[in-house]
Write a protein that binds this ligand. Structure first.
Ligand code: FAD
Length: 502
């Protein structure tokens, strides 16, 4: 139904198609509210594709006494893993003990708390490593004797956003990408909201309640779209990552402590690469234009080179990305010390339509945040359904968390003529929906035009029809990370193909 044909106001209009907006839209649609989500660019084009991609308690946050956040986050690890075992999986972290930095007893104490604070059932516990004999010691400089190994999870951040949007749409939500909310005003007990997109220009819709999940743009929406003159609520903190060719052969990740009290991760990435990050820098520019600086690259290279036998230099960097954390401004002096917890602020007197602003938050806590927001929606609009996402799966995630290899083997058995490496990638990205994508294909030729690196027209068609992909960059950097493997020429051909499909 077009907006012009629609006579009824939406119950909820969500601004922002990052993890928080899509999580809220999914939860609300699942409880029976009518939902419109407007995202001004592509899904996950903001902070939600620029994270370190960990579903984690945040060992470091214990030092800032953020026990509530750590407890909630630790408990979410296995809940999220079970909901999407294709895009979320356990990762073991190796923390080499550095004589000059935090003492070993403190690290052991932190990890003991980490092991016991959250409900851990499937994830293995912490153990102590002898880095002189353990393979994790091999890539390190000589002199590291003791290390600690603990569990957290890895997540494909941008895919988690797309899957939440898909689930929301399957439950009735209207997801509109490349649609900006330019104005919103209270009129006759409803919100009248002006949307702008390239195809239809400006249109008006009505909603009973507005959720501002615009991430680093949250204050801008309050000030410019809603027209309230507000104090600044969020502190924008840029974080950058670099990607280099694979630095070590095992599948564990390193957490390196730095002399400046920060930590830097070196994580196995997309099979052939290592992801290194992150930085923390106050940021005043346009969030969509954040880029890594030469100083950040140098800092990250130096941080890992302090530990690794094989130093990393600027010339090794094959890709980098930067994102802006929208942290709730709690007045902390150092960027790294500002709280990572979320704050939900609802405003609007009884009888007035409500505005719910979301500040801060992590990928890890999006589901809990969404539950809280939709509870508040229920308190204002009338409760429709109970909380339901704790035991629900995201699209393609309907298999046991420990059964990923079984899924891959099953897919390979069903499509014996297709490259097993391609099938493994598709299984990682689409889970059980890989079968929908492949359909009746038997050979590679059945998948249509070949764009290189295992990307065929069949996958583009699937992404257009199911995941709002519109441009090559949506496909190459968010729905997949094949941008690491194809060249600019392929990107142009993908754009040309997508234009014929839209
Ligand atoms: P966003 O993803 O930015 O979404 C907001 C969206 O709103 C954007 O897509 C934007 O285009 C849209 N928008 C803005 N204005 C409008 C408008 N007027 N109309 C329509 N749409 C609009 N968390 C973890 O749990 N684990 C990690 O390992 C981790 N690492 C991180 C590392 C870095 C460097 C950073 C920056 C963050 C990290 N985080 C991590 C935090 C996490 O990524 C963010 O908290 C989360 O992605 C924020 O999501 P969001 O939906 O609030 O914001």
């Amino acid at each position: 139904m077009s907006e012009a044909e629609r006579k009824q106001p939406y119950d909820v209009l969500v601004i922002g198609g990052g993890i928080n907006g899509c999580g809220i839209a999914r939860d609300a649609a699942g409880r029976g509210y009518s939902v419109l989500l407007a995202e001004m660019e592509d899904l996950a084009s903001g902070t939600s594709s620029a994270a370190t991609k960990l579903v984690h308690g945040g060992l470091r946050y214990l030092e800032h006494y953020e026990f509530r956040l750590v407890h909630e986050s630790l408990a979410e690890r296995e809940v999220l893993w079970a909901s999407a075992p294709h895009i979320i999986w356990p990762l073991r972290f190796v923390l080499p003990h550095h004589q000059g930095l935090r003492p070993a007893w403190l690290l052991r104490l932190g990890l003991l708390a980490y092991d016991t604070l959250g409900g851990r059932r499937l994830l293995p516990p912490t153990r102590t490593l002898d880095l002189r004999t353990d393979p994790a010691g091999e890539p390190l400089k000589p002199g590291y004797h003791t290390g600690f190994e603990y569990s957290d999870c890895w997540v494909d951040d941008a895919r988690m956003v797309a899957l939440c949007a898909r689930d929301a749409a399957a439950r009735g939500a209207n997801i509109r990408t490349r649609t900006k909310v330019v104005a919103a005003q209270r009129e006759g007990g409803l919100w009248t909201v002006d949307l702008e997109d390239a195809a239809d220009g400006r249109q008006q819709v009505q909603a009973r309640l507005l959720v501002n999940a615009a991430g680093p743009w949250v204050d801008r929406v309050i000030n410019e779209a809603v027209g309230q003159i507000e104090n600044r609520n969020v502190r924008l903190v840029k974080g950058s990552h670099i990607v280099v060719r694979r630095l070590f052969q095992h599948d564990r990740c390193y957490i390196f402590q730095n002399a400046d009290n920060r930590i830097v991760f070196a994580i196995p990435y997309e099979n052939d690469f290592t992801l290194i990050g992150t930085t923390d820098e106050d940021y005043a520019g346009e969030p969509g234009e954040a880029r890594i600086s030469a100083d950040e690259t140098a800092y990250l290279c130096a941080a890992v080179s302090e530990y690794l036998r094989q130093p990393v230099s600027e010339g090794d960097v094959v890709w980098s990305y930067s994102g802006v954390r929208p942290l709730y401004d709690d007045g902390a002096s150092a960027a790294q010390e500002a709280t990572r917890d979320y704050v939900i602020r609802a405003e609007g007197e009884t009888g007035e339509p409500m505005l719910v602003n979301i500040f801060g938050g992590k990928l890890t806590t999006f589901r809990r945040l969404s539950e809280e927001v939709v509870d508040r929606i229920g308190a204002r609009l009338g409760e429709k359904g109970k909380r339901w996402t704790r035991r629900a799966q995201l699209p393609g995630g309907d298999f046991a968390p420990t059964a990923f290899e079984v899924e891959v083997a099953g897919l390979c058995a069903s499509y014996p003529a297709l490259d097993p490496a391609l099938l493994r990638r598709l299984c990682r990205q689409y889970g059980t929906d890989a079968r929908r994508l492949l359909g009746a294909a038997r050979e590679h030729a059945d998948l249509g035009e070949d764009f290189g690196a295992g990307l065929y027209a069949a996958e583009l068609d699937y992404l257009v029809e199911n995941e709002w992909a519109r441009r090559a960059e949506d496909v190459l950097w968010r729905r997949t990370k094949l941008g690491l493997r194809v060249d600019a020429d392929a990107a142009e051909r993908i754009d040309a193909y997508l234009a014929t499909r839209l």
